[in-house]
Design a protein around this ligand. Structure first.
Ligand code: 1GP
Length: 246
């Protein structure tokens, strides 16, 4: 198995990279072309595809369409083992380490491992930490796990370090899609001081100010999802992304 996407992400020339997240679910069926156009902005370094649930059987078809419409790396960001498919360059092999639900700590991985082996897809182990974003998120509901309160900094640091020591290649600090409150720059700075592995931050990042605040703490990647589904103009999104890469 090749290790190209991990190498690609590790060797980016920017202090902070930008990842587009596309949810290939039925809710985005009609706007998929528009979302892909935004995700194809040159300022995005790679595209994540995935979501918490599969609402119809066209999910894999939409992932194929995304893959065929971009030259960027496409990385699966799966909500479950059912989302594994061959039209991606790599998989973020997520373990929901903030939760205590065995399904998302190891069971889904066991379900998917043989398919991944057969498809020979690169896996990138990611320690996924859900913190509260002032709104009950889809991840919280579906995983049936409780987010860590974002003020519990020590607890979040302990989880992130445990994730690193377990061999995860990235830590993903997640406030939940559409979060009202994205991760604070102070928390990101503290985590960055502790971690030797790169930190990805996502959830609720939708304004210029959100980007500015988070960017100051230099996470390795910022994920933008919901904003691509909104009416925000492509010009404004481009400006935000330029700020991420500055
Ligand atoms: C969700 O972190 C991602 O898993 C992106 O969040 O959709 O709020 O940008 P948004």
């Amino acid at each position: 198995m090749k290790n190209n996407i991990y190498q690609f992400l590790s060797n980016l020339k920017y202090r902070t990279g930008a990842l587009a997240l596309i949810d290939p679910d039925s809710k985005n069926d009609k706007k998929l072309d528009d979302i892909i156009e935004k995700a194809n902005l040159p300022e995005f370094d790679a595209i994540l595809v995935g979501g918490s649930s599969l609402d119809d059987n066209k999910y894999h078809h939409r992932i194929k369409k995304i893959k065929n419409s971009t030259s960027k790396p496409v990385i699966l960001f799966p909500g479950s083992s059912n989302q594994i498919n061959k039209n991606v360059d790599a998989i973020f092999y997520l373990s929901l380490i903030s939760g205590r639900n065995p399904k998302y700590l190891i069971e889904e991985h066991i379900k998917s491992s043989k398919s991944i082996h057969k498809l020979d897809i690169e896996t990138i182990p990611v320690g996924y930490i859900l913190i509260d974003g002032d709104k009950i998120s889809a991840v919280e509901k579906i995983s049936n796990t409780i987010p860590i309160n974002s003020s519990e900094v020590d607890k979040i640091v302990s989880h992130a370090l445990a994730g690193q020591y377990l061999g995860h290649k990235f830590i993903f600090l997640e406030s939940g899609s559409g979060a009202k409150k994205s991760a604070g720059s102070n928390l990101i700075k503290i985590l960055k001081n502790y971690l030797d592995i790169p930190l990805i931050v996502g959830g609720g990042i939708k304004t210029f100010d959100d980007v500015k605040n988070i960017k100051d703490s230099s996470p390795n990647f910022i994920v933008i999802g919901n904003l691509l589904e909104s009416d925000e103009s492509i010009i404004n999104i481009k400006e935000m992304l330029q700020l991420i890469h500055e």
